[in-house]
Design a protein around this ligand. Structure first.
Ligand SMILES: [Zn+2]
Length: 696
């Protein structure tokens, strides 16, 4: 092979989904070019990387570009082509190369004289610089035409295996909606009115469509140059790129231990034919890019990716000579394990039989437009391990969690070792109503679940948003502050055996009171909390229900008309976990897929590989996870953990024929620090099995 892609590439092959990929991005700036390209590639080899995202062109070119208004990186040595050298040397080592580009800004100061239509304009028609660069408009001649000359040059020179654009195909926003002639004309043609001065829903739709149209043109162009390229941009991407960050410093959003799991679970469910490349953004915060998270925090991000159907992916700033080696150190365990067990990490599909309905998230366009206003909502959780400051309005380290109700159920499911799919897709209700045993909705319930329930489905819904289902009439919507110092009375300990030690249970959230007598939980309204001699004075019972549990057609519905998910996210109340656990057991017709005595901080996922006719059970040891930072996890011996699996999946009757444990640092009998996949092979004769490792 000479200067070509790795030899196993066939035209039309999709390496990003059909091969086990371990990706890395060393994001060196234009002054840090890795002029020692041998050392750079050796660093990738040492980390077991088999795909690299390589800074290539756009804001700075790392090769001697001939395209005008395309600035060569100042650290590019005269007469050298660093992209070409690295592509050739990486390919020689079997490492694929994804070219990284960014088109949103241009640092050539002479550009505005020659092409005044390329830049964004404010309402006065000015085009102020942003960080010493011109802000390019997605509808201007630069993005619409000129960047195709750069891509033509790069794709002609280099046999790239993929293309990634920072900021998708969209634009950066520094002073509100661009008011340039092109934007004005296009917006007026579509909406029959002038551009707004602040983003509104029409404008966000407009910008989203402008970016999507351009991305589609670029994809067609890139594929015409190289049909087997992995195009990682826009709505029709071949694969997606996302980032997992740690606790922020200059922003207020909460640290989320399960960020990598959530991201990959969601994308793999939504796009089974695309790969989710979710990186461990090793830097502490977008403003401190050369100081890193702890190494164990990086480890769990890689293993969470792998346990949910993707590969590990490291993102550090700087070249191969790092200021803080914790970036690489944290990546190495997952990369090594992946390299040693590659056949486990191809074409995994989530095999869970519980669906957690995903809640709407802001689009990229919305995030970019509204970033400066994040955190103004009342009731968002504070830093939770981050500093909780709101010191920066510039896009830096992710956004705040507006989906705490969903996140609470994410934790409840994970801590109870209940494998689940995170998705908003409900189209299976018509085509395959048996696909899930249980559907969980954290905020009300969508109307599609009516048909699912009537066909025999099981639903657990929560939140004071009235579900779009057949329910008793509403009496009153209580606001959170009205429930201060209120409780639920536990009236049915047979239904809720895990609450046998509790007659009263805390809650504090909005509450939708329904006409539903005879409930297992009933409201104990607010009582006195001071002075101590009068605490609880006036405590009395009502018949106001805290749980609506009823048959629904052929199915069964449990509705908690208060915000269990948000409360668990914030307070982790043990009784709320018990309530959840008992209701899940009540609703599941055939029991849980897995039961285990493993610690709640051991995350367990179920993935299937149809082409191998087997199921993988992944264990990710998160016992070192705190709010900040993640520390070395507690040693964990799988042989001392009992678990029983209630497999197979629907329509796939099978029995365990073999159990194989593969551990990165341990045999099945000795402690192991991190992720352990176990694999089962199937035979089609019986319909159940139990695996209780030798632990007695
Ligand atoms: Zn414009």
């Amino acid at each position: 092979m000479k200067n070509g892609a790795p030899e196993d590439v066939k035209a039309g092959a999709r390496w990003w989904i059909d091969e086990p990929v371990r990706m890395a991005l060393f994001l060196y700036n234009q002054y840090q070019a890795p002029v020692d390209t041998d050392a750079f590639v050796q660093k990738l080899v040492d980390l077991h990387v088999n795909a690299v995202v390589l800074p290539t062109a756009g804001i700075a070119a790392f090769y001697p570009t001939e395209v005008p208004f395309h600035v060569r990186a100042p650290s590019l040595p005269e007469g050298r082509d660093l992209v070409g050298e690295i592509v050739e040397k990486a390919h020689a080592k079997g490492i694929r190369v994804v070219g990284r580009f960014e088109w949103t800004v241009n640092q050539d100061k002479s550009l505005i004289e020659a092409h005044p239509d390329w830049v964004q304009r404010d309402p006065e028609g000015n085009s102020p610089l942003w960080n010493d660069t011109h802000l390019m408009c997605v509808n201007g001649g630069y993005m619409q035409e000129h960047i195709f000359k750069v891509m033509d040059e790069a794709l002609t020179r280099f046999p790239l295996d993929g293309m990634f654009f920072n900021y998708g195909g969209g634009q950066r926003t520094a002073f509100g909606p661009c008011q340039c002639d092109n934007c004005q004309r296009l917006y007026h043609e579509k909406y029959g009115k002038d551009l707004p001065l602040k983003p509104d829903p029409d404008y966000l739709e407009f910008m989203g469509e402008c970016a999507a149209k351009l991305a589609a043109r670029i994809k067609a162009f890139a594929k015409s140059k190289n049909p087997s390229i992995n195009f990682m941009v826009g709505r029709e991407a071949d694969s997606t790129n996302s980032e997992t960050h740690g606790a922020p410093v200059a922003e207020a959003h909460a640290f989320w231990l399960y960020d990598a799991s959530e991201t990959v679970n969601r994308y793999r469910a939504a796009y089974p034919d695309r790969m989710s490349f979710n990186n461990d953004s090793a830097f502490l915060d977008g403003r401190w890019r050369y100081a890193h998270r702890s190494a164990p925090e990086g480890e769990i991000r890689g293993f969470q990716n792998m346990a949910n159907g993707a590969g590990p992916y490291l993102f550090v700033n700087g070249n191969h000579e790092q200021f803080d080696r914790n970036g690489e150190k944290g990546a190495l365990p997952a990369f090594t394990f992946h390299r040693n067990n590659e056949d486990l990490y191809v074409r995994q599909e989530n095999a869970a039989r519980v669906l957690l309905i995903d809640t709407p998230r802001p689009t990229l366009t919305q995030l970019l437009m509204f970033y400066g206003t994040q955190g103004e909502n009342e009731g968002l959780p504070p830093g939770n391990g981050g500093f909780g400051y709101r010191d920066s309005t510039e896009l830096g380290s992710g956004s705040e969690n507006h989906n705490t109700a969903m996140s609470g159920f994410f934790r409840l499911l994970t801590e109870h070792h209940i494998p689940f799919v995170l998705s908003k897709d409900l189209s299976w209700i018509d085509s395959d109503p048996q696909r899930y045993d249980l559907v969980i909705s954290s905020k009300g319930a969508p109307p599609e679940l009516d048909a699912y329930l009537k066909k025999g489905g099981r639903v657990l819904a929560a939140g004071a948003t009235r579900p779009d289902l057949d329910l008793p009439p509403t009496v009153k919507l209580w606001k959170r502050k009205e429930t201060l110092a209120s409780y639920w009375r536990v009236r049915d300990h047979d239904l809720l055996p895990s609450l046998r030690d509790a007659d009263l249970m805390f809650f504090y959230s909005d509450y939708l009171e329904l006409e539903s007598p005879g409930a297992a939980l009933t409201l104990v309204p607010r009582t006195k909390v001071n002075p101590m001699e009068m605490v609880g004075e006036g405590l009395h019972d009502t018949d106001k229900p805290g749980l609506h549990l009823a048959d629904y057609g052929q199915g069964r519905l449990a509705y908690l008309p208060w915000d269990l998910g948000d409360l668990y996210y914030r307070a982790s109340a043990v009784h709320h976990a018990s309530l959840f656990s008992d209701l899940v057991d009540h609703l599941l017709p055939h029991g849980r897929q897995i039961r285990s005595n493993a610690h709640p901080m051991v995350q367990i996922t179920l993935q299937q590989q149809r082409h191998r006719n087997r199921t993988l059970v992944h264990f990710v040891n998160l016992s070192g996870g705190r709010r900040l930072p993640t520390t070395r996890p507690s040693p964990w011996a799988p042989s001392r953990s009992r678990f029983r699996a209630n497999l197979p999946m629907q329509g796939w009757p099978a029995r365990v024929a073999a159990c194989q444990c593969v551990a990165p640092t341990a045999t099945p009998r000795s402690p192991c620090r991190n992720s352990i996949p176990m694999t089962w092979s199937y035979f089609h004769d019986t319909d159940n099995f139990q695996y209780l490792p030798d632990d007695r």
